[in-house]
Write a protein that binds this ligand. Structure first.
Ligand SMILES: [Zn+2]
Length: 250
């Protein structure tokens, strides 16, 4: 029998399977994204109860199977004695979006330590604070960065001129993964989204601030939200199910 392995993990999604089992997809710190089957999860309350639900952070114990993609989940242990609570609509909406976006930006068995750290931190902050647009936008930028899509809102992609916090106009281009300034706009033929430079500067600040400190900072406004949404639409192959619900709450 393969040896039992363990890692900190966050449950991204879970569903019942057959009479008594559960199939669970987790983002693990040490092994990237894994899907596994918890045999008898519905009956074995001691080993699994409420530890294999979305949002849960736990130590996952599992064994690999010689054939087949699903690992055998043997047990799970919470490591936080006071886990964050997701007990109101706004938190559930943003938390569900964090899970789904992370799921969409990661692939099974690929290293994902940075994404794990961003998601763990995002859920922890969300569990303890009010959901805000600043937290949402900071999370979006950081999880994109962890997935290899670092967006630049702080300075022009072409001449490196900083986006002025006092105002002016910059242009976000999905193909360049960032903004260009008004002077450089003429050199770039791609379609662009016009943004207030102060909003781009606010977004750049969010991307550089730890998630635990972003909730009360100024957010990047609706043009920043449009820029991020446009970029996500170009790299994701489907619309996220949690998006309409989230947008209806903030
Ligand atoms: Zn420029």
């Amino acid at each position: 029998m393969p040896a039992e392995e363990s890692t900190p993990a966050i449950v991204l999604r879970a569903r019942d399977y057959a009479e008594a089992d559960r199939i669970v997809t987790l983002l693990t710190r040490d092994f990237g994204k894994l899907s596994g089957i918890a045999k008898g999860a519905k009956a074995s309350r001691r080993r699994f109860e409420r530890k294999l639900e979305p949002f849960t952070q736990a130590i996952l114990y599992f064994r690999r199977r010689p054939h087949g993609q699903l690992v055998f989940i043997t047990r799970a242990e919470r490591f936080d004695s006071a886990p964050p609570e997701f007990d109101e609509l706004g938190k559930i909406a943003l938390g569900s979006y964090m899970l789904e976006l992370t799921d969409a930006l990661t692939t099974e068995e690929a290293e994902a330590v940075a994404a794990y750290e961003v998601l763990a931190s995002g859920l922890d902050v969300l569990g303890r604070r009010t959901p805000t647009m600043a937290l949402r936008q900071a999370f979006e930028l950081k999880i994109l960065q962890a997935a290899g899509f670092g967006l630049e809102f702080g300075r022009c992609r072409l001449c490196s001129k900083p986006a002025e916090p006092e105002g002016g106009t910059v242009y976000f281009m999905t193909s360049r993964g960032g903004i260009v300034c008004a002077q450089c706009r003429g050199q770039a033929v791609e379609s662009a989204l016009r943004m207030d430079a102060s909003n781009a500067a606010a977004l750049a600040r969010l991307s550089l601030t730890p998630l635990a400190e972003v909730a009360t900072l100024p957010h990047g406004g609706s043009d920043s939200a449009s820029a991020i949404a446009r970029f996500l639409a170009t790299i994701l192959d489907r619309k996220l199910r949690s998006l309409d619900f989230l947008n209806s709450t903030m």
